[in-house]
Design a protein around this ligand. Sequence first.
Ligand code: DX5
Ligand code: ZN
Length: 247
Amino acid sequence: MLTVVTAFNYENDNKSEGRVCMALIGPSLMCADMANLQDSVLRLDQAGVDFFHIDVMDGKFVPNFTLGPDLIKRIREFTNKPFDVHLMVEKPEDYLNLFIESGADMISVHAEATYHLQRTLQTIKDQGLKAGVAINPATPIHDIEYVLDVVDYITVMTVNPGFAGQKFVPLMNGKLRDLTSLINKCGYKIDIQVDGNIGYETIPNVLKNGANMLVCGTSSLFKQNLPLEEAVAKLKGFIQELETNKV
Ligand code: DX5
Ligand code: ZN
């Protein structure tokens, strides 16, 4: 497991307490009640989530459409927590400014969606944001080996991107393990984010295999008849227990 979190600079806190850093919780806002998004963002922020994961789809890279820059700009007013914009779009380099201006703090682009991955990531960093690269389940980690020096976080898609409510792709735990050892072997400080069906069944293994940023959607936070505050408290308690039992 990676022992350092860079995107949020939690390094010092956790080291001083001598325990492995607490995994970070990021609600996937595409799973929220769109008719009450302001209320959901305010309540999730109050409940203590660490960042907000915002899925952007173009109907081409993935066969679906979700949130756009204007909506991001609007909800930016409701919280100071980091906005992690997950671009599931072709040629993401053409749209970076739109999302930077909308208030993103972190932007991940898909390695499969651009010819110029290194340049696109460098552009995000040059604009003062955290740069992330996302890889689909079938994409080997080797494909991002030569951008490890520029990324702040890597999003390992644990489902095929495009829809919430899908099942975890089983081989992704092995992929996480391989990615963690590659990062440690190269001595980089990179956060590992997992996205897709991240819930009580899948969290123990993804944490064990090196993930430290959890995108939480219908599998953990956005559930019928479970108030958001309770969902966050329950999830934090579950992760805390896993972390405590591990040390
Ligand atoms: C899927 C998105 C995910 C999704 C997660 O392409 O990137 O963020 O919303 O939803 P669940 O947790 O239901 O898989
Ligand atoms: Zn996502």
